[in-house]
Design a binder for this molecule. Structure first.
Ligand code: HBI
Ligand code: FE
Length: 287
């Protein structure tokens, strides 16, 4: 089955990697776990060991708790069916295998059904440190642990449910910023300082420490409208990270209708490194 031109045109990144020829209409495919090579399992182990060491120091307790619940073998790429069983018991979420990036509407639809799309392919050894598109390591190690946490799990479903409306109102860009800043690159307060929980930083060798410890980026308390107005960079470390007091704040922000917010803030972008008057600043970046 071919991907339609319409599907390609709303892809967030050009140049799609992955096999889109054997998928179902909803873009799901089989993980085909037996097809991973020994070299790929070894590369997974290197990535996994490196990131676990980083996570122990910098990640939020809820992320670490998720890793423990998942109880993944570290020496091979995990089996989605096994992990899916674990998260389903805890939060009724499931993992679905996908070839790679999928169109926004399909992505939103999966989330709204408590299905998290995880890419099946693994990066090459020369891409240990940097990748443009999400691979199985980013999707699985970065995103799946928090799916064991009820409040975050409910938040992500709400995010998916708001997708169709955002598409209708031409506000996908605003909604996507919420995903970028609060799912990919989120920070959260803890009794021993700020911790990372975002999948983008936690699957990166260098951005986790940077997001938590560096003097350079801004750290600003989460406010929904503020996040939705803020441009982001996909080609370098973030200039600004948003900080949650607790995950309930993220979920509670979803309870209000978004259409009036889209209407109020459309056309008023804030640049990635800017601090505005209404910000509650945890750390003002030095650069
Ligand atoms: N597809 N596989 C995959 N993973 C994503 O994170 C993803 C996607 N398609 C669209 C998308 N993300 C974002 O643009 C949405 O959050 C808007
Ligand atoms: Fe991601």
């Amino acid at each position: 089955k071919e991907i339609s031109q319409a599907a390609i045109s709303n892809m967030p990144v050009t140049g799609l990697r992955g096999d889109y020829t054997h998928m179902r209409a909803d873009y799901t495919t089989d993980q085909s776990w037996r097809d991973y090579t020994a070299a790929e399992h070894q590369l997974w182990q290197r990535l996994y060991e490196r990131q676990v060491r980083i996570a122990k120091r910098y990640a939020a307790d809820s992320f670490l708790a998720g890793l423990i619940h998942l109880n993944m073998p570290m020496d091979r790429i995990p089996r989605f069916d096994q992990a899916s069983e674990v998260i389903h018991r805890r939060t009724r979420w499931q993992i679905v295998a996908v070839p790679g990036l999928i169109p926004d509407d399909v992505f939103f639809a999966h989330l709204s059904k408590r299905q998290f799309p995880v890419t099946v392919w693994l990066r090459k050894p020369e891409e240990m440190d940097y990748l443009v598109e999400p691979d199985v390591f980013h999707d699985f190690f970065g995103h799946v642990p928090l799916l064991t946490q009820p409040v975050f799990a409910d938040y992500l479903q709400e995010y998916g449910r708001k997708g169709a409306e955002a598409l209708e109102l031409n506000a996908t860009k605003l909604l996507a910023r919420l995903f970028w800043y609060m799912v990919e690159f989120g920070l959260i307060k803890s009794p021993d300082g700020i911790k990372a929980y975002g999948a983008g930083m936690l699957s990166s060798a260098t951005e986790t420490a940077y997001s938590v410890d560096s003097e350079i980026p801004n750290r600003i308390m989460f406010r929904l409208e503020r996040v939705m107005q803020t441009d982001y960079r996909i080609d370098s470390f973030q200039s600004t990270y948003f900080v949650l007091e607790r995950f309930d704040d993220l979920f509670n922000a979803m309870r209000q209708p978004f259409a009036p917010i889209y209407h109020a803030i459309s056309g008023s972008a804030i640049s990635a490194d800017e601090i505005v008057e209404t910000d509650v600043v945890v750390h003002a970046g030095k650069r």
